[in-house]
Design a protein around this ligand. Structure first.
Ligand code: ARG
Length: 265
């Protein structure tokens, strides 16, 4: 009888674990962990984990969302005494998640724009990126003019949409296609369904390294796009986060994370 009970509880446990493992679409994970849980308030971070090295899942290692933004969030949460939970969604869903208060903040390499500022607040900028045109290495695309007659992919809801439309206006005859995930763009590039995609430099570099059939060039005239943390309008968290961001820059923590995620060879 005892053995049967034990076997039964094992089956139940395994069943439960399996259920957790396959979970729902929204990936959730505990943050810092370690310390004894003493009724810390949990902050929910929204992100779009299709963006290595900012936020991604290294499926070879685990289901956890990791990256530069995740480390920043964990550091800030720890400093402010919050528990952290991460919720994954399409990039295009992040601003609505903030305005509906389904998440407390968004860390997703998101650029503060005048348009977004109508609906959300942003922290100070914590990193700046530049824009690249990524294409197949054998495509011969080396300038914006070469995009004439071509299909140009961008992530839905990103600042790259507007940039692509500007390029289309300037160059003429460019078909702009919007996709939910950066990984979709890479797949479509590799299978020749699109000719080029606009992707930020650090993210593009990772894909170039992993895919030798891809090449890229910088959009010189575009200048830089900063990343900042987004909050629901009027959130008290903004000032608290800014204070820790400033500390991180002063105490070298930010530089450490930049080296960890952007300079590793
Ligand atoms: N910086 C760009 C923007 O704000 C792209 C960010 C995309 N981030 C992501 N996690 N996919 O629109």
């Amino acid at each position: 009888m005892k053995i049967l009970k034990f076997a039964l509880s094992c089956v139940l446990t395994v069943g439960l674990l399996a259920a957790c493992g396959t979970g729902d679409e929204n990936k959730e994970q505990q943050g810092t962990g370690g310390e004894a849980p003493q009724e810390k308030v949990t902050l929910v971070m929204g992100t779009s984990a299709d963006y290595p090295p900012y936020e991604f899942i290294d499926t070879a290692v685990s289901d956890d969302i990791i990256g530069f933004d995740v480390d920043i969030a964990m550091y800030i949460a720890e400093q402010l005494g919050f528990e952290l939970k991460i919720q994954d969604m399409d990039f295009n869903g992040l601003i609505p998640a903030l305005t509906n208060n389904r998440v407390d903040f968004v860390l997703a390499g998101m650029t503060p724009t005048a348009d977004r500022l109508k609906n959300v607040d942003f922290s100070d900028i914590y990193y700046v990126a530049e824009q690249m045109i990524v294409s197949k290495a054998d495509s011969g695309l080396t300038s914006l003019e070469d995009l004439a007659g071509k299909k140009l992919g961008v992530q839905l809801g990103s600042i790259q949409v507007e940039l692509a439309n500007d390029i289309a206006d300037e160059v003429g005859d460019v078909e702009v296609l919007e996709r939910n995930k950066i990984t979709d763009l890479i797949q479509e590039l590799k299978s020749n369904r699109i000719h080029a995609a606009i992707i930020e430099d650090k993210v593009a570099e990772g894909h170039l390294k992993a895919n030798t059939d891809l090449a890229a060039f910088l959009i010189e005239e575009e200048g830089e796009a900063g990343s900042a943390i987004a909050f629901p309008k009027g959130s008290e968290l903004k000032d608290q986060f800014n204070e820790v961001l400033r500390e991180m820059i002063e105490n070298g923590e930010m530089e450490k994370l930049i080296i960890k995620w952007f300079r590793q060879e």
